[in-house]
Design a protein around this ligand. Structure first.
Ligand SMILES: [Fe+2]
Length: 357
């Protein structure tokens, strides 16, 4: 649709004739007011051509007001040569992009309007393409967000599953170790208390050494299970005090750490704990069993369990500050032969805490 606004009816008639054969609708109105009313009812106007000199509302004012009603239309002003200022105003505030000088040449006017119609069509197509692109971009963004959301949800699910697995496994191990530790109690009634005390002291030393949590946990388990192999010993070996054992009884007794390891290692994941149990009777100077390891060759966790085990064994059924102080003095005499001097300094505090009250 092309809209002409001119107050002279003669001009409107000639325009109607001139544009009769053009392939678009033409509307002709005689005032700016009327044109604005019409524009308010139209959905699409490609070109608006207004005369400048009209009573009531001039061309510039009309074009300016028309911008709100038909923002995309191409605007043209028809004006005489003398209306230079009006032309400038129409371009600035009225959004006019072309102007036609009066009197006009028919062919030039036809061509100008055709160009304007084309310009409008181009602008409209570009705008449609732009909004299509924006829509696609938005869709793509939403798809990516959805994809990302799904990926994040999947990762979170996997993480939760893994955490539950770990918790479940840890729970199973704890139950298993608790059950294993209970076994030895059937043979040696005081062993549960001994295992608990050894475990308390060993964890305290590991904590003082700032060992990583998984190592501390292994040490705790090894301390609980260190004598599990005694289950396999016969009553006469189990009941005999070490100092009065026969050679055969002694070698059977010494086998308890290796037997303990093989019992624990029936569960593949408990292998590191089995290794600590194997070496819990190694001595710092290499005089221990089963492998006669010395110094740093002894796994740290095993040396810690060895020390904790010795403290609770020496304490036996005693309790109180005096008893533990006496035991610590006695054990200090075995530092360097049986115990690692580096470790011994960490045992006093937890030992005093455990037995001192
Ligand atoms: Fe032992």
């Amino acid at each position: 649709m092309v809209l002409f606004v001119d107050d002279e009816l003669g001009v409107l008639s000639s325009l109607r004739r001139l544009f009769a054969r053009e392939p678009y609708l033409v509307s002709l109105v005689s005032s700016g007011k009327e044109a604005l009313k019409l524009l308010a009812t139209l959905e699409e106007v490609a070109v608006i051509i207004s005369d400048q000199r009209m009573p009531e509302m001039g061309g510039t004012e009309f074009l300016t007001l028309s911008r709100e009603l038909a923002p995309d239309a191409v605007r043209m002003l028809i004006t005489g040569y003398s209306d230079f200022q009006a032309t400038i105003d129409a371009m600035n505030s009225g959004g006019a992009t072309r102007y036609i000088s009066k009197p006009w040449d028919d062919n030039e006017l036809l061509q100008s309007v055709r160009d304007a119609v084309e310009e409008y069509a181009r602008k409209k197509a570009a705008k449609a393409e732009l909004s299509l692109l924006q829509e696609r971009l938005e869709l793509q963004r939403q798809n990516q967000e959805e994809k990302l959301r799904l990926q994040t949800a999947e990762l979170e699910r996997q993480l939760l599953e893994a955490q539950q697995d770990v918790q479940h496994q840890q729970g199973s191990y704890r139950m298993l170790i608790g059950a294993l530790a209970g076994l030895i109690d059937l043979r040696v009634p005081t062993s549960r208390r001994h295992a608990a005390n050894t475990s308390f002291l060993a964890v305290a030393v590991a904590t003082a050494l700032d060992l990583p949590p998984h190592e501390t946990e292994d040490i705790q388990m090894a301390a609980l299970l260190h004598d599990i192999g005694k289950n396999a010993l016969s009553d006469d070996v189990l009941d005999a005090p070490p100092e009065s054992m026969t050679e055969t009884q002694l070698s059977l007794y010494r086998a308890h750490s290796v037997i303990g390891q093989s019992m624990i290692e029936t569960v593949a994941d408990l292998k590191p704990i089995g290794r600590l149990v194997r070496h819990h009777h190694e001595c710092f100077d290499g005089s221990g069993f089963p492998d006669g390891l010395a110094g740093s060759a002894i796994p740290l966790g095993a040396a810690i369990v060895c020390l904790a085990n010795a403290v609770d064994t020496e304490m036996g059924f005693q309790a109180g500050l005096a008893a533990i102080e006496k035991v610590l003095v006695k054990l200090a005499g075995r530092v360097g032969t049986e115990f690692d001097p580096e470790l011994f300094q960490y045992i006093s505090a937890p030992a005093l805490k455990l037995y001192g009250n």
